[in-house]
Every structure is written in C-alpha cells, then in structure tokens.
Design a protein around this ligand. Structure first.
Ligand code: DGP
Ligand code: NA
Ligand code: NA
Length: 210
C-alpha cells in the first residue's frame, strides 16, 4: 500500500520565518525528498513575483516604487488570492504543495509596520488553511549575522525584530517550530518527518479547510 491513490488529496505545507532563516534552502531540500518518495509535489513561494501583481510587489521590495502600507499589504494578499483556485485544484488532484511563505508573513510583516493586526488578517480570510506550518525559528541577530540580506526593503535588523514578535503572536496549534540554528541536516530530517506525517494524514482523507 502506497497511501496515495488518485482520490486522496495533497497536503498544504507552509514554511515561515524571518529573512535568512533558511526557508528557501529547506523547502527545496524537502521538495527533492518528497519527489524521491514518489509523492506528487510542487514548490511554490509567495510573493510569486511572476504575475503582474507580483511585479508590483517586487518593485516595491527593491525600493523602485513607493506604496503606502495598506496598499502593499493588499497587493501581497491579492498575490495569494490570484493563486487560490489553482492551489485548490492542485491539492484536490493529489499534489502536495510546499509553500515558502504564506498569510503569516502577510500579517507579521505588515503588523510590524504598525498596522492593526485584525485589519491585516481580514483579507487573508477564505484562503486555504495550511495542514502544517513549520516555523524556522532564528533570533533576528543570528539571521542578520548570516549575511546575504540582499538590500530589499524589509531586510534590516530592527524591523526583523518586530516581525519576530508578531510571528510569536500568530503562532498557533498547527505550527511546529524548528530551531533554525541547528545543523542543516538536522533541520532537514525534522522537516521530512513532519511533512511525511502531514502528507499521510491528508491522503487518509483529512478535509481541506479555509
Ligand atoms: P522573500 O521573497 O521570501 O525573500 O520575501 C520578500 C520579502 O517580503 C521578505 O522580506 C518578506 C516579505 N513578505 C513576504 N510576504 C509578505 C506579505 O504578505 N506581506 C508583507 N508585508 N511582506 C511580505
Ligand atoms: Na528576502
Ligand atoms: Na526565502
């Protein structure tokens, strides 16, 4: 029994964390692992800079354009909404999605600017709920010390400290924190275990929710 017949759905697995927490590396390693296990899987990321909305976001992040905080917040959210129906189709057809950032980034980064947290959450309502959120937990100082902040708008220690505080507020029962300062292979192993459990639960018929 291989646990994934045609009628079973895929899992929505989200990786969250500060900039330089290792999400991108770990999500691509997890992708390779699940592919090797013959699990239908795709790696997505938000913001998805390939769409028109995504290009506006990218321009804002690289300081090539200015937008007020509410406007950019809604664009980030719209960027998730424009992928929602494809996301649902993929999941229902059995494809697991590993998603590098999702609504939690949306709320944490905008709240860190001083926007009301409930206002920030509102446009995220109705997006698909993740089956698993892995938070790569790193002290902001350690993330900054890794270097490679690319000079984008939010990549500053003071701001990342505030984002970390809001991530703590958003932390709920579906989250699993993983110490992002552990060796890369240890994090990878933990992610594999969490992801396989989650995929199995979804294949067994856990309903998709909003
Ligand atoms: P990344 O491509 O993962 O490096 O993300 C780009 C930057 O944008 C990063 O600093 C995190 C931030 N970010 C990601 N998603 C959102 C969002 O929905 N809202 C806001 N305000 N910022 C976000
Ligand atoms: Na970044
Ligand atoms: Na990233």
């Amino acid at each position: 029994e291989n646990g994934h017949h045609a009628s079973s759905r895929g899992a929505l697995i989200v990786l969250e964390g500060l900039d330089r927490s290792g999400k991108t590396l770990q999500s691509s390693r997890l992708l390779s692992y699940l592919e090797g296990e013959r699990i239908p899987v795709e790696l997505w990321r938000f913001p998805d800079r390939s769409t028109c909305v995504g290009q506006m976001i990218s321009s804002y992040l690289s300081n090539k354009s200015e937008l007020d905080d509410q406007t950019i917040h809604l664009l980030f959210s719209a960027n998730r909404w424009e992928k929602r129906s494809l996301m649902e189709t993929k999941l229902r057809s059995g494809t697991t999605l590993i998603v590098d950032r999702y609504s939690y980034s949306g709320v944490a980064f905008s709240s860190a600017k001083g926007l009301n947290i409930e206002w920030c959450k509102a446009p995220e309502m109705g997006l698909l709920a993740p089956d698993l959120v892995v938070y790569l937990d790193i002290p902001p100082e350690k993330a900054a010390a890794r270097g490679g902040y690319g000079g984008e708008r939010y990549e500053q220690l003071e701001f990342q400290r505030k984002v970390a505080q809001y991530y703590q507020i958003l932390h709920d029962a579906t989250w699993k924190s993983v110490d992002a300062c552990l060796p890369i292979e240890d994090i990878e192993k933990r992610l594999r275990e969490l992801a396989m459990d989650c995929v199995t639960t979804c294949h067994k018929g856990k309903p998709l929710s909003q």
